[in-house]
Design a protein around this ligand. Structure first.
Ligand SMILES: NC(=O)c1ccc[n+]([C@@H]2O[C@H](COP(=O)([O-])OP(=O)(O)OC[C@H]3O[C@@H](n4cnc5c(N)ncnc54)[C@H](O)[C@@H]3O)[C@@H](O)[C@H]2O)c1
Length: 359
C-alpha cells in the first residue's frame, strides 16, 4: 500500500493510500490505536459507508459506534460539537478512547475539534471521503468550527494519528464536489510543484474517470506537498500561508455569492485573479496565465463569472481574517510551481483582477 510519513516530531503520523477499507484495521493495529472508538460522520456519508466501516472494525475486535450529524457547512457549529461530545459520553469514551472522522472536510474539522477538547484531548484518525479532504484538509491538524458568520474562527491544532485514504469513496461524490476539490489540487501544483501541474494537464481523462491508480498517485503528491508545507510551519507562522493562494479573492467571491458557489470554484477564480495580478506585474508571462486558466477549464471550472459589484467583493475582502497589520495578504505566482507573498497589492490591481474574472 502507498504511504507517506508526516514528520512532526512526537505528532508524526502516516497517511495510507488505497482503494478499499479492507486494510483499515491493520493500519490501526500497527500504531496501536485505542480499541474503543466513536466513528463521527455526517448523514450523507453515514448512509454510504458507516455500516461497512463499523462492521469491519467490530469484526477486528474494535468497540466501534457511529454518530452522525446533519451534513453541510451550516452544521459546522458548536451545537454539533456538543452533540459529538454527548455521543462520546453516551458511548463511554474515556481518555484512552478515540474518534474516527469518516467524511469530508466538515466532518474532519469537527471530529478533530471534538477530539481536541473531549477530556482535554483524545486520539483521532481521519478517514477522508471527499477529494478536498483526501488531498488537503485531512493533513495538517487544523480543526474547528464556524461561529458568528466567521469561518473556522474557533478551533485547535490537533494532529491525527493516522490518515487512511480510500480513493474509491470518490465514486459516490457529487460532480460539483469533485470539481471543487480539484481547485485545491491544482493550487498545490501552482504553489509548489510545476511537474505535478504538468501531470494534471496530461492526465485529465484518467483523473476525471476516477482511475484508482491515478487518484492514489494524485492524492499522494497532494498530501506530500501539504505535508511538506505543514512540516516546515505547523502553526502557520510563515510558509503555510502560501496555501492561501487564490483565497484572498476566492473567499470574498464566495461570501459575495452568499456561499452559493462551491469553495473550490471560488478559489479557482481567485487563482486566476491573483495570477492576472502577477502577469500585470511581469512576475509571470501570458503563457503561464493561460495554462492556469486552461487547466481550470479542463477540470470543469468556470473561468469567468458575472460577479456582484466590485465594491461588494472588496468589502468582503477587507473582512479577511488573514490580514497583516490591516493589510490584505496576497500570494502571487512567480512561475508555475513557485509563489511569493505580498501585502502591497493596490486597490487598482484588485479592481482590474476582478474585472478580468468578471463576465
Ligand atoms: N482543516 C483544514 O486544513 C481545512 C482545509 C481546507 C478546508 N477545510 C474545511 O473543509 C470543509 C469543506 O470540506 P469538503 O469540501 O470535504 O465538504 P463537506 O465535508 O461538506 O463534504 C461535501 C459534501 O459531500 C458529502 N460527501 C462526503 N463524502 C462523500 C462521498 N464519498 N460520497 C458522497 N457524498 C459525500 C458530504 O456529506 C457533503 O454533503 C470546509 O468546512 C473547510 O473550512 C479545512
Amino acid at each position: 500500500m502507498e504511504k507517506l510519513h508526516v514528520n512532526l516530531g512526537e505528532n508524526s503520523y502516516d497517511i495510507k493510500f488505497t482503494d478499499s477499507f479492507t486494510a483499515l484495521p491493520d493500519a490501526m493495529r500497527e500504531i496501536n490505536t485505542p480499541k474503543k472508538l466513536l466513528i463521527v460522520t455526517d448523514t450523507n456519508v453515514e448512509k454510504l459507508y458507516a455500516d461497512e466501516v463499523k462492521a469491519l472494525l467490530r469484526e477486528n475486535g474494535y468497540d466501534a459506534q457511529v454518530y452522525a450529524f446533519p451534513a453541510g457547512e451550516e452544521h459546522k457549529s458548536m451545537d454539533a460539537i456538543l452533540g459529538i461530545c454527548a455521543a462520546c459520553i453516551n458511548h463511554g469514551l474515556d481518555r484512552k478512547s478515540m474518534i474516527a472522522a469518516l467524511g469530508g472536510g466538515v466532518v474532519g474539522d469537527m471530529a478533530g475539534f471534538a477530539a481536541a477538547i473531549y477530556m482535554r484531548g483524545i486520539d483521532f484518525i481521519q478517514i477522508p471521503t471527499t477529494l478536498l479532504s483526501q488531498s488537503d484538509s485531512s493533513v495538517g491538524g487544523k480543526t474547528g468550527i464556524d461561529f458568528m458568520e466567521s469561518k473556522n474562527i474557533l478551533g485547535a491544532f490537533r494532529q491525527p494519528r493516522l490518515v487512511y485514504i480510500n480513493v474509491s469513496t470518490l465514486k459516490t461524490l457529487p460532480q460539483e464536489q469533485f470539481v471543487s476539490g480539484m481547485g485545491e489540487v491544482i493550487k498545490h501544483g501552482i504553489i509548489r510543484d510545476g511537474k505535478f501541474f504538468e501531470y494534471l494537464e496530461q492526465n485529465a481523462d484518467s483523473v476525471r474517470t476516477l482511475n484508482a491508480d491515478t487518484l492514489i498517485k494524485m492524492d499522494k503528491i497532494n498530501c506530500s506537498i501539504k505535508a511538506a508545507v505543514v512540516e516546515t510551519d505547523e502553526k502557520e507562522n510563515g510558509l503555510r500561508a502560501i496555501l492561501n493562494f487564490g483565497h484572498t479573492i476566492g473567499h470574498a467571491v464566495e461570501s459575495a455569492f452568499d456561499f452559493k458557489m462551491t469553495h473550490g470554484e471560488c478559489v479557482g477564480l481567485g487563482m486566476i485573479g491573483a495570477s492576472y495580478i502577477a502577469k500585470e506585474r511581469n512576475m509571470i508571462d501570458m503563457e503561464a496565465l493561460s495554462r492556469i486558466e486552461k487547466i481550470l477549464s479542463l477540470y470543469g471550472f468556470k473561468t469567468r463569472v458575472k460577479l456582484p459589484p466590485a465594491e461588494t467583493v472588496i468589502e468582503y475582502m477587507q473582512k479577511d481574517k488573514k490580514k497583516i497589520a490591516g493589510k490584505l495578504k496576497f500570494v502571487l505566482p512567480t512561475e508555475i510551481g513557485t509563489v511569493t507573498q505580498t501585502t502591497d497589492v493596490t486597490r487598482g490591481e484588485i479592481l482590474s483582477a476582478l474585472e478580468y474574472i468578471g463576465e
